[in-house]
Design a protein around this ligand. Structure first.
Ligand code: PCA
Length: 207
């Protein structure tokens, strides 16, 4: 039986005043299906966020880790399939860092796959009446960085922890001045996360 789930979001970055991932994590219940939910908000910082996610997994010892981030402009929640061992960006993180083809872990695997049941999650989100898709790239910015380091930590320690990443579209209030950009309500995003967690614990931790 699963005992603890770690969910993380990010602070706002770029010109945004909110980050849907932070809002979802903060609005989520502290227990879900009898499982304790530990929440953390990560800074949009290559230097700090990676260390934070590793420290959190080490301290909390969660059965499941689901990290969330904003992918403004995407049509629907994206259940990420893969984290790659590279930081590369043409925009700065919140510390002003703009990495150019920087390997995350020297000698580490080129990539790791999500250990969540990503296809089942998408199927179940759609069955709940909401859109979702599997995504084959989490980008090369701070989200991919955190996703890679979480999977790398679990892999090298040989932990059974299931790790995944979900990118979220903008919230309605973020697109008021962005004509035509897709968005999703906070309430629907909370359902997406509930389905993702429920699908994962049903698959790996049957009661
Ligand atoms: N999205 C960014 C970093 C933080 C966030 O919410 C990304 O996709 O990398």
């Amino acid at each position: 039986m699963a005992e603890k789930i770690l969910i993380t979001g990010f602070t706002p970055f770029g010109s945004e005043k909110e980050n849907p991932s932070q809002m979802v994590v903060e609005a989520f219940d502290d227990t879900f299906c009898g499982v304790e939910v530990v929440k953390a908000i990560l800074p949009v910082s290559f230097a700090k966020a990676g260390k934070m996610i590793v420290d959190l997994i080490e301290d909390v010892r969660p059965d499941v880790v689901i990290c969330l981030g904003q992918a403004g402009g995407r049509n629907e929640p994206s259940i990420e399939r893969i984290a790659v061992n590279l930081n590369d960006s043409n925009k700065a993180d919140n510390d002003g860092d703009i990495p150019e083809e920087r390997v995350i872990v020297s000698g580490g695997a080129s990539a790791y796959f999500s250990s969540l049941p990503i296809k089942d999650i998408v199927k179940n989100i759609k069955a709940s009446g909401l859109p979702a898709t599997v995504s084959n790239t989490a980008g090369l910015f701070v989200c991919n960085h955190v996703f890679y380091l979480a999977l790398h930590y679990v892999s090298v320690r040989g932990l059974a922890t299931k790790v995944g990443f979900i990118h979220l579209p903008y919230l309605p209030q973020q697109v008021i001045d962005k004509k035509g950009k897709p968005y999703m309500s906070l309430c629907d995003m909370l359902t997406v996360l509930k389905v993702a967690i429920g699908t994962t614990i049903n698959k790996f931790y049957k009661y």
